[in-house]
Design a protein around this ligand. Structure first.
Ligand SMILES: Nc1ncnc2c1ncn2[C@@H]1O[C@H](COP(=O)(O)OP(=O)(O)O)[C@@H](O)[C@H]1O
Ligand SMILES: [Mg+2]
Length: 247
């Protein structure tokens, strides 16, 4: 059915600087490592808006700037130029301490190599980010146990990372990312070290977390991992060259 054209009156509109539901809003961000002749332009002007509840995959060849982008999105690093509005506040200019606070409250990270602390139990690993949350010990334990339960590893709470399979270690890392109740999950090649079965487990978990309303941004080389997201962003040489809704 053709919808008849409607005459929309042209009214001057004052556009708010940030749309209400944009959780992530970066504008013309550049990142340069080093100076002068040896400078590396890792990001060359990236603008990206991600609304709450989205599931986004970021792809691109090695060295294209994906991890740099993730580090900036996750407040692990600051842009050289440009703005970053996270949940309505400008975080591009924050001090390192302020960034750490924002990170702790809003973002959970998952890395390719799990980044668990060796010789420390699964439960203690999950509890770690809560150490900075001004909670009583008992409350920290409770939250960490709940997060381990969410990823189906309650029965491995006392195991150390080297007593767990790769897939289980990544699930501990997911529990750790969830412990603080972040709205955003950022994952950098989360299945890069996993076999097909563990990859499925981890991706199933992302699907579930996203369906519960968490915003998920996953960086990957693998097309079947990217296919689980609903939006695909392709980065090449420090620029976004594709940004499309995939399903
Ligand atoms: N800390 C750093 N110092 C200098 N150059 C870096 C640093 N981190 C990344 N780079 C460079 O920036 C570019 C983008 O890197 P990165 O974001 O890690 O890409 P990707 O994750 O897509 O492989 C690469 O050329 C890389 O060598
Ligand atoms: Mg990378």
């Amino acid at each position: 059915m053709r919808v008849p054209a409607v005459q929309v009156p042209v009214v001057p509109v004052v556009v708010a600087s940030v749309a209400a539901d944009a959780l992530i809003d970066i504008r013309d961000v550049t990142k340069t490592y080093g100076h002068g002749e040896t400078a590396v332009h890792a990001l060359r002007g990236v603008s990206l808006r991600v609304d709450a509840g989205e599931y986004v995959a970021v792809m691109g060849s090695s060295g294209s700037g994906k991890s740099t982008l993730m580090n900036i999105l996750g407040c692990l690093d600051v842009p050289s130029r440009g703005e970053y509005w996270l949940d309505g506040s400008n975080v591009a200019g924050l001090s390192e301490d302020q960034q750490a606070l924002v990170r702790g409250r809003k973002i959970g990270f998952i890395f390719q190599s799990f980044n668990l602390i060796p010789r420390t139990s699964a439960l203690a690993n999950v509890e770690l980010p809560l150490t900075y949350a001004h909670l009583r010990r008992a409350e920290r334990r409770k939250r960490a146990s709940r997060a381990l339960d969410l990823v189906g590893l309650s029965d491995r709470a006392d195991h150390r990372p080297n007593q767990l399979s790769g897939g289980q270690q990544q699930r501990v890392a997911i529990a750790r990312a969830l412990a603080t109740g972040p709205r955003i999950l950022l994952a950098d090649e989360p299945t890069g070290n996993l076999d097909a079965h563990s990859t499925d487990e981890v991706l199933g978990m992302f699907d579930q977390l996203n369906s519960e309303g968490r915003t998920v941004v996953v960086i990957t080389h693998e097309h079947d991992v990217a296919a689980r997201a609903r939006r695909l962003i392709q980065v090449s040489d420090g620029r976004i060259i594709v940004d499309e809704v995939t399903r």
